[in-house]
Design a protein around this ligand. Structure first.
Ligand code: ADP
Length: 205
């Protein structure tokens, strides 16, 4: 079996700030951030997979597991071949996948999950506000419709939240997702720096 990617999962409800945190982290050498939703949104929307993505995401549904996992594998392979992701040097920060227990099972042979960062936000109205702002900024139609947003929360509670029980309890780090991006980022760093220290040899400075 090829070596599994050393991975930290960014986990949380829609609007909890996974993407914001992941993007900042991905700018730091030694971290490679991949957001499943971003990969889907970068597809050619006239392709078969692009059309499937649009039809599911516009209803607030998950894209079927097999398609999602296959797309994820191809994407990781491409990034690795191009040396954009260097598994021996980079900690993989995954965001938006696995999104249900079946996906977690499917990814088991490919990723070694060292930590799950659970961005917790008990204030759903605050998250909905973030999403409506994002809809305007990023032109995301799945963020614009109140009913679609509601449905995404329902899917999160029913399908995604149980993924937390898939991993050993000691792996899960609960982080308060309220506050400014910088404040939340500080909490995220407190979790990921020790993971990076423990699993990667730093080049001598
Ligand atoms: P958010 O975190 O705000 O829910 P994402 O950008 O992660 O948004 O995902 C947008 C949409 O892309 C999802 O609603 C879903 O339709 C699809 N999607 C993203 N990741 C997955 C996944 N792992 N499995 C199935 N569908 C996914």
């Amino acid at each position: 079996m090829p070596e599994r990617f050393k991975t930290v999962l960014l986990f949380g409800a829609p609007g909890a700030g996974k993407g914001t945190q992941g993007k900042i982290l991905g700018k730091i050498p030694g971290f490679f951030h991949l957001a499943c939703g971003d990969v889907f949104r970068s597809l050619d929307m006239t392709s078969e997979l692009g059309k499937q993505f649009l039809s599911y995401s516009s209803r607030g549904e998950l894209v079927p597991d097999e398609l999602t996992v296959q797309m994820w594998r191809e994407n990781m392979h491409a990034h690795t071949v191009l040396s954009l992701f260097k598994p021996k040097q980079d900690l993989l920060i995954l965001d938006g996948i696995p999104r249900n227990v079946k996906q977690a099972e499917a990814l088991k042979s490919s990723i070694d999950v060292l930590k799950v960062i659970h961005l917790r936000c008990t204030d759903e109205s605050a998250m909905m506000l973030r999403m409506r702002r994002r809809a305007l900024k990023e032109n995301r139609m799945d963020d614009a419709d109140e009913r679609v947003i509601r449905h995404r929360f329902d899917v999160y509670h029913a399908e995604t939240h149980p993924v937390l029980d898939f991993y050993p309890p000691a792996t899960v780090a609960n982080i308060d997702a309220m506050g400014s991006p910088a404040q939340v980022f500080q909490r995220v760093l407190e979790v990921v720096i020790p993971v990076q220290d423990a699993h990667f040899n730093r080049p001598p400075s």
